[in-house]
Design a protein around this ligand. Structure first.
Ligand code: PLP
Length: 385
């Protein structure tokens, strides 16, 4: 199927997923094999060994490249394996500039793995493009940002950051996990690489861990593919198959996620026990205008600051019945989490507070259940808050 010839929802279902040429199977088969036989010496059938490539993985990669408007996508065993592969484009002595508001696992990768390998890394506030540009160094080889950010859903001006990063001759990687390609296209805004934890919205059913990198540049695509083959952090065929099944419904799910999130956000904004709601879809959110420009919707994630602080937050977290109390996001089921004690727990309390992560902050990944049921569940939990 010609890339770009169809709309997003059509591509999600068809890109890379033509009926099987041998059997006509409409669903891409699960090639659960480690090895492929040769036709004759020196003559393979396109595949040799599943670390190098597997047709189920190829289907997923073609689909993700189409959805992100990229030339090449490369899938990895997890979001962090994808991040690690992108970081392997760097050499000792290179500088990596990261936004302050990044996923905690990225911070761990930088501090525990990359810095000991001789990569210089510093952090700067990506919400302020001038400050971010000022933090670039002559040896800055890559910048790394996320938007909307976790957990305050701050919105970074990706095009502004991309301009200053490319002017300095560096690569910009954007973690698009929260927004998904349905709502945001970082490559079109000037990013060089898009990174995903496909564990989240792309897989969409909380049943598989995976990651991906997408780029428009053939040279980068080839390098990232080599890193996957050689370093070997590839996803298994079944994980690719599950992710591919998930991605087919990404457009439909995202429409529901954000419809529900908007309703939940508006309801909680009027709730007496809620001091503040962080959701880019609310006009009073500081990033609303930028999100409206840069994104095609406001997504399914939101956070609330409870008037009663930590005690109230814990009562709400323990009081829900439908929302699952856990740390992940992006599945069809609603999830409630506590950044203070979960995602941001490794940071010292003062650092958490500096980032706006208070004891009273609760994060919601709003699922696609009936909005009324979700609101009733949250109201019930807030009674004890
Ligand atoms: N990026 C973001 C924004 C995430 O939320 C996560 C996981 O929570 C990751 C990256 C890491 O992905 P994975 O857990 O699939 O390795």
């Amino acid at each position: 199927m010609a890339r770009g010839a169809h709309g997003f929802a059509t591509q999600a279902i068809h890109a890379g997923q033509e009926p099987d040429p041998v059997t006509g199977a409409v669903v891409t088969p699960l090639y659960q094999t480690s090895v492929f036989s040769f036709e004759a010496v020196g003559k393979d059938r396109g595949y040799q060994y599943s670390r190098f490539g597997n047709p189920t993985r190829t289907a997923l990669q073609v689909c993700l490249a189409a959805l992100e408007g990229g030339e090449r996508a490369c899938c990895y065993a997890s979001g962090m394996a994808a991040a690690d592969a992108a970081a392997r484009l760097l050499r000792p002595g290179d500088h990596l500039l990261l936004g302050v508001d990044i996923y905690g696992g990225m911070f761990a990768l930088v501090e525990e793995v990359l810095r000991p390998l001789g990569i210089e890394a510093t952090y700067a506030d990506a919400l302020n493009a001038d400050a971010f540009a000022a933090a670039m160094r002559p040896n800055t080889r890559m910048a790394w940002i996320e938007s909307p950010t976790n957990p305050l859903l701050r919105v970074v001006d990706i095009a502004a950051i991309a301009r200053c990063v490319s002017a300095a001759g560096a690569l910009l990687t954007v973690d698009n996990t929260f927004a998904t390609p349905y709502l945001q296209s970082p490559l079109a805004l000037g990013a060089d690489i898009v990174m995903h934890s496909t564990t989240k919205y792309i897989g969409g059913h909380s049943d598989v861990v995976g990651g991906a990198l997408v780029t428009r540049r053939a040279d980068l695509g080839e390098r990232l593919e080599r890193i996957a083959r050689v370093a070997g952090a590839i996803p298994g065929p079944f994980d690719c198959w599950l992710t591919l099944r998930g991605v087919k419904t990404l457009a439909a799910r995202m429409r529901e996620h954000q419809r529900n999130a908007q309703r939940v956000a508006e309801h909680l904004a009027a709730h007496p026990k809620v001091a503040r709601v962080y959701y880019p879809g609310l006009p009073r959110h500081e990033g609303h205008a930028l999100a409206a420009r840069q994104m095609r919707g406001f997504g399914g994630m939101l956070s609330v600051e409870l008037a009663g602080g930590g005690r109230a937050a814990r009562a709400m977290l323990n009081g829900v019945r439908l929302f699952a109390l856990t740390g992940s996001l992006g599945g069809v089921e609603s999830i409630i989490s506590y950044p203070w004690m979960m995602s941001h727990a490794p940071l010292p309390p003062a650092e958490r507070l500096r980032r706006g992560v208070t004891e009273g902050l609760v994060r919601l990944s709003v699922g696609i259940e009936e909005a009324e049921d979700l609101i009733a569940d949250l109201d019930g939990a807030l009674e004890g808050a």
